[in-house]
Design a protein around this ligand. Sequence first.
Ligand SMILES: Nc1ncnc2c1ncn2[C@@H]1O[C@H](COP(=O)(O)OP(=O)(O)OP(=O)(O)O)[C@@H](O)[C@H]1O
Ligand SMILES: [Zn+2]
Length: 476
Amino acid sequence: MLRIQNTYGKKVEIFNPWNESIVNMYVCGPTVYDYTHIGHARTFVVFDAIKRYLSLKGYNIVYVQNITDIDDKIINRAKEKNVPWQEIANTYAIDYLNNLNKLNIKIDIHPRVTNHINEIINFIQNLIDKGYAYVSQSGSVYFSVDKYPNYGRLSNNFNKAYWNQGEGIVSEKKNPYDFALWKSYKEGEPYWESPWGKGRPGWHIECSVMSSRYLGNKIDIHGGGSDLIFPHHENEIAQSEAYFGSSPWVKYWLHTSMLTIKGEKMSKSLGNIISLNDAINTWGSNVLRLWLLSSHYRAIIEYSEQSLNQAKRLYERLNALSQEIVKRLKKEEYTSYMNNDDLEAFNNLKELISKWHDAMDNDFNMSEAIRYVWDLTDLYYKKIQNSESYALISYTYKVLQDMNKVYGVLDDVLTLDLHIEKNLTPELIDLILEVRKQLRENKLYDLADQIRSKLSSIGVKIIDKGNKSDYLITNE
Ligand SMILES: Nc1ncnc2c1ncn2[C@@H]1O[C@H](COP(=O)(O)OP(=O)(O)OP(=O)(O)O)[C@@H](O)[C@H]1O
Ligand SMILES: [Zn+2]
């Protein structure tokens, strides 16, 4: 049974999504004004692994991660470089998407703020109509924090002096801790028309709007780095619960701790980043993934070549043994008989994968789970490598496959489909062979040969005997 530590309430809870088989996930994506860095990768790889684990457990997941493509930081960077702001946003959005791809991360929906301006305006208007927001003299719109009684519950801080929004001193606010939903136009800045005049959306509102646009009014998992708990996520909750008039809006809040370098958060604004491009060129994406999935998601990761080298060793071991297993299963040089040693190794494996699941079920305890991956490599070289047993070797393959569904680093190697016969019914193959026979009778040999080679590539070997054909299912 999966248990998750919810940042909201700081308690470990049994995972029980709103709908028993579907999980809605939203994770805050980057503001695209600089290169994607390994700090981002820490958060994005962890949530990818969480999504993959939930999928291994049988849930259907819808995963949304936004792209913030309009923001003060983008506008400032464009001014510095003297290029249009769209160029900055596009360049770094492409960098981000390419790197996700290299890291084997698949997001279902990647909404961009500038494609949702109308929805943002409607959402804000609704908050004004309900009395949760007000329009200032300049035409900016602010959320009235005092109107929302649960403010502070996520970050567990109810001291109003702490609620500094980092927006500088803005005298037009009713309270210093009110935050901007809409920012009125300033000379030389991009703008959109709105009922309150020209302007652009504030940062927090975009996530409330885009998450509900794609996931509805109830979210199962909302994630992001721990740097976003206050004020960003606190504000998202206030806006969304005010808008929907119900609580809780999000069932489980999950936050990754920061990736640090020399003890400091790696971040674009501090200028201490190692870009993902560079890191992938140096280490490869598989080593990076394994490294980032070797720590608990709530523990800080300090950048260190030593720990990356350790992940590299693990990857090389896993890769080598996977290749060996695949080769052996293809060669059919085994027997199905299990001697006592095989049986013992089989039971060790069973215990190992069950402990791995227990660790993952325990609030995705990846630092413990990775130990079982190391143990698997030890077990293989000690007790499995010299075994002749098909049952043992194919079970090792299955265990590796399940683990890899989360780690996602052996996709190129684990290419055997041990259950090919399940996907191709004999009737279907007979039908294809019949069609091929008729093609040959009509001297359409090219087409007949194409069918033969296509079938061969999916593991069905055709054996022609005169005008009759038979077939063999192989794992090649
Ligand atoms: N060093 C880090 N470690 C882990 N997660 C991070 C780190 N930096 C950013 N994130 C996470 O990555 C996502 C995108 O963050 P964002 O674009 O705000 O990055 P940033 O580098 O912190 O930028 P800025 O310096 O402008 O705040 C967020 O979910 C954020 O929490
Ligand atoms: Zn967000």
